[in-house]
Design a protein around this ligand. Structure first.
Ligand SMILES: [Zn+2]
Length: 177
C-alpha cells in the first residue's frame, strides 16, 4: 500500500512542500539538500494549480491536512491544498517577483544592488508578498524602508503645499480689506 504512493524523485522537480516554483536557485539548493539524504519522498499535487511537489514521507499526513489560504482565490479557501493524484494540467500564476528582470523598477534595483529573481509564476500579489518576505528578507526590508521614506516625503510636500496655499489665501484676504 505504502509503495503505491512512492515515486522516484525527478531531480528538476524536487521541491519541499509549500515552496513555490522558479525561486532562487541557490536557496532552493540549500533547502533541497536539507530534505534529501535518502529519505523516501512522495509526490503530492496542489489541487488548484496541479503543481507537483515532493514531500518527505513522514510529512505527508501533515501536508494532506493543509488548506488553501490564498485570498486571491476565495472559492478555494478552506479546501484541501494537496491531493495524491494530479487532476489537471499545471496552472501557472501570472504574478512576478518584485526582483524579476522584466519589472520596470529593475533599473533602480540594479543601482541599489538588489539581486534579480526569476520567479515569474506566483499565484497572486499576496503570494508575491509572501515570496518577498520568505526569499528576499533583506531586499524586502530595504524596499519597505525606501517606500516608507518616499511616502513621508510626499506627505511633507503635501503639507508644504497646503501651507503655501493657506498663506496665499491669507494674503489675498488681507489685500481685500
Ligand atoms: Zn523572488
Amino acid at each position: 500500500m505504502v509503495n503505491a504512493v512512492l515515486e522516484l524523485p525527478e531531480v528538476q522537480e524536487e521541491r519541499p512542500a509549500g515552496e513555490h516554483a522558479d525561486g532562487d536557485e541557490e536557496q532552493s539548493l540549500t533547502k533541497r539538500a536539507s530534505v534529501s539524504g535518502g529519505r523516501p519522498r512522495v509526490a503530492l499535487f496542489n489541487t488548484r494549480t496541479h503543481e507537483k511537489i515532493l514531500v518527505a514521507f513522514s510529512n505527508v499526513r501533515e501536508a494532506l491536512k493543509k488548506k488553501h489560504q490564498d485570498e486571491a482565490y476565495p472559492e478555494w479557501l478552506g479546501k484541501g491544498l494537496f491531493s495524491r493524484t494530479q487532476n489537471g494540467v499545471r496552472v501557472l500564476g501570472q504574478s512576478t517577483c518584485f526582483l524579476h528582470p522584466s519589472r520596470p523598477e529593475r533599473v533602480e534595483y540594479d543601482r541599489l544592488g538588489l539581486p534579480p529573481c526569476q520567479a515569474a509564476h506566483l499565484a497572486s500579489d499576496d503570494q508575491v508578498m509572501a515570496h518577498m518576505q520568505a526569499r528576499h528578507p533583506s531586499a524586502w526590508k530595504r524596499l519597505s524602508a525606501i517606500r516608507e521614506e518616499a511616502r513621508r516625503k510626499e506627505e511633507r510636500e503635501l503639507q508644504l503645499d497646503s501651507i503655501r496655499a493657506f498663506k496665499k489665501v491669507a494674503v489675498a484676504l488681507g489685500r481685500k480689506k
